[in-house]
Every structure is written in structure tokens, then in C-alpha cells.
Design a protein around this ligand. Structure first.
Ligand SMILES: NC(=O)c1ccc[n+]([C@@H]2O[C@H](COP(=O)([O-])OP(=O)(O)OC[C@H]3O[C@@H](n4cnc5c(N)ncnc54)[C@H](OP(=O)(O)O)[C@@H]3O)[C@@H](O)[C@H]2O)c1
Length: 279
């Protein structure tokens, strides 16, 4: 029986993937903040006779302490991890800072994915065909790493923070593959383009209305949106690192996937996390 971890598994694509894998006979651990959504997932699994294969881990992944706690909790229940899906995200229109002092989008969208994908490596290495699939935004040419202001203390904008997070996740995948040469864990950066999910976040009312309208008019349904993800999880690409926009593979020759920048961000991130890693 295979084990899968889904961050952001309480809603959107993560929730649909969790449902799919419970129904496929896997053990599924989801991470999210909302206890009601977690309870719904557990109740649904119970109803389909899979109570013993469904786990909800409530955690606020914008806190580094919670990210490390999640890694510990997961390792206790899953000695082997076959797949990790990284999907937790929350759009913040205004700059907010976590109790640990990090800009929230940087902490949730990037740091939590760094900590989960690095922290679960020992469990992933024990699987036959392990994969980490990061649902982010590869192939989008906007956004940059603000090396001198990673926490966006100056000129914060919600979209700017999200786009920096997307570029940081591109580099996270490249950096993982490079730092762990010879590892059997495959890293997949996945851009779903536009899927009608909950779009977790704080949007201005007109923007929320526009998003809802666009969802009705042009978005892929969640059920359709997860189909390419399932294909990648069930049969991971042979390459240590690859990137996809829906089913189309994206070349890694773009500067978003620079190995030099990936190594630099990895070092910067290690330094940021060091004071937190034992807490
Ligand atoms: N939907 C799209 O069109 C689209 C396009 C491009 C990229 N993406 C990316 O795809 C990924 C999945 O997005 P989605 O649209 O499927 O998700 P979604 O419906 O917006 O749901 C977001 C998920 O993240 C969780 N989350 C938010 N803040 C959290 C926190 N502080 N700690 C732990 N969990 C937290 C939510 O949990 P709770 O509700 O329990 O808080 C929920 O499960 C995201 O990274 C998103 O940026 C989506």
C-alpha cells in the first residue's frame, strides 16, 4: 500500500487528489488549517470504508515551527513516503508577518515547501518510485527573486509576493535535484494554469467577483484539473527535475531554473531556517 502526503489537502486540487488516492487504496495524509474541512475528509473516507487510510494533520504551514512539526508527525505515521504533493497557498493582498517574523507568502508558499521536501527525503528515499510534485507556476516568465528584500518589506504587492514564491519554487526543485544527485526522488514542478478551486486568499471584493466569474467562464474543473497530476504521480518522469504546464513539458533552459540561483537560494534558505530548525 502506498503513502501520499498532500499539503493544502483540505481544498482545491489537493482535496480532489486526496479523495482520488483514498479511493485508489493509498494511505493519504492531508495537511490544512481548517478543522471542519479536515473532519469532512475523514468522514468521507470513513463512509467509503477507508477510515484507517485517511489522516488529517492540522497545521498552519506559514509557521516554520509547524512545518517542522508536520515533518515529525508525518515520519511517525509514514516510515515510507511514495509521493508528496505541495499545494498549500493563500493569497495575501496586504503584507502580513507571521509570529516568527516572516512575510506570510514567503513562509507558506516557499519555506513550507522547502521544509517538507527536504524534511521528508529520508522517507521518500525508502519508496520504490518516489516523487515530490510542487503545484506552483513554472513557465510563467513574470516574477523574480528580490535577493536584497526577500521578505518584501519595501513595495509589497500580493501578486509580487506570489510571483516571487513561484520563482522560488522553480529554484527549489532545481536545487533539490542538484543537491541530491543520485537520489531516486523525482521533483516535478507543475503549473495547472487555471483551475476552478477555492482560490484561498484575501482579495478585494471586485477582484473576488472577477475571479469567480472567470472560474465560471474559463477555468478547468477541479476533477479535470487533477488528471495530468495523477498521471505524473502514478508514473513519475525519469528525470530528477522536470516542469510541466498541464501535460506539456517545459524546457528548463529559462533563467527561472538557473542552477546558480538555485544554489544561492538554497544557501540563503538554510541560513534563514537554521535558528528555527531545532524548535
Ligand atoms: N487554481 C489555480 O488555477 C492555480 C493556478 C496556478 C497555480 N495554482 C497553485 O496550485 C496550488 C493549489 O491551489 P488550489 O487552487 O488547488 O488550492 P485552494 O483551493 O486555493 O486551497 C488552498 C489550500 O491551501 C491550504 N492553506 C492555505 N493556507 C494555509 C496555511 N497557512 N497552512 C496550511 N494550509 C494552508 C488551504 O487549507 P485550509 O482551507 O484548510 O486553510 C487549502 O487546502 C497552490 O499553490 C496554487 O498557488 C493554482
Amino acid at each position: 500500500m502506498k503513502n501520499i502526503v498532500v499539503s493544502g489537502g483540505t481544498d482545491g486540487m489537493g482535496r480532489a487528489l486526496a479523495r482520488h488516492y483514498v479511493n485508489s487504496g493509498w494511505r493519504v495524509l492531508i495537511i490544512g488549517r481548517n478543522p471542519d474541512k479536515g473532519a469532512e475528509f475523514l468522514a468521507e473516507a470513513k463512509q467509503s470504508g477507508a477510515a484507517d487510510r485517511a489522516i488529517f494533520l492540522q497545521a498552519d504551514l506559514s509557521l516554520v515551527s509547524e512545518q517542522y512539526r508536520a515533518v515529525k508527525e508525518i515520519a511517525k505515521v509514514f516510515p515510507v513516503v511514495d509521493a508528496v504533493v505541495l499545494g498549500a497557498q493563500h493569497f495575501r493582498r496586504e503584507r502580513t508577518v507571521t509570529a516568527e517574523g516572516f512575510e506570510s507568502t514567503f513562509a507558506l508558499y516557499y519555506l513550507s515547501r522547502y521544509v517538507l521536501s527536504n524534511g521528508l527525503l529520508p522517507q521518500l528515499e525508502l519508496a520504490d518510485n518516489p516523487v515530490v510534485l510542487n503545484i506552483c507556476g513554472p513557465g510563467v516568465s513574470v516574477g523574480e527573486i528580490h535577493w536584497n528584500d526577500l521578505q518584501l518589506e519595501h513595495g509589497y504587492k500580493g501578486l509580487k509576493a506570489m510571483m516571487q514564491g513561484s520563482r522560488a519554487n522553480d529554484l527549489l526543485g532545481v536545487g533539490m535535484a542538484k543537491a541530491h544527485k543520485g537520489s531516486k526522488v523525482r521533483h516535478v514542478l507543475y503549473n495547472p494554469v487555471f483551475v476552478a478551486t477555492s482560490f484561498s486568499g484575501e482579495y478585494k471584493k471586485p477582484v473576488r467577483l472577477l475571479v469567480d466569474l472567470a472560474k465560471r467562464l474559463g477555468a478547468t474543473s477541479v476533477e479535470k484539473g487533477i488528471e495530468p497530476i495523477i498521471e505524473l504521480l502514478d508514473d513519475p518522469p525519469a528525470k530528477a527535475i522536470s516542469a510541466y504546464k498541464k501535460r506539456k513539458e517545459i524546457s528548463l533552459s529559462h533563467k527561472s531554473f538557473s542552477e546558480t540561483d538555485a544554489a544561492r537560494l538554497r544557501e540563503v534558505t538554510k541560513a534563514i531556517l537554521t535558528p528555527h530548525s531545532t524548535t
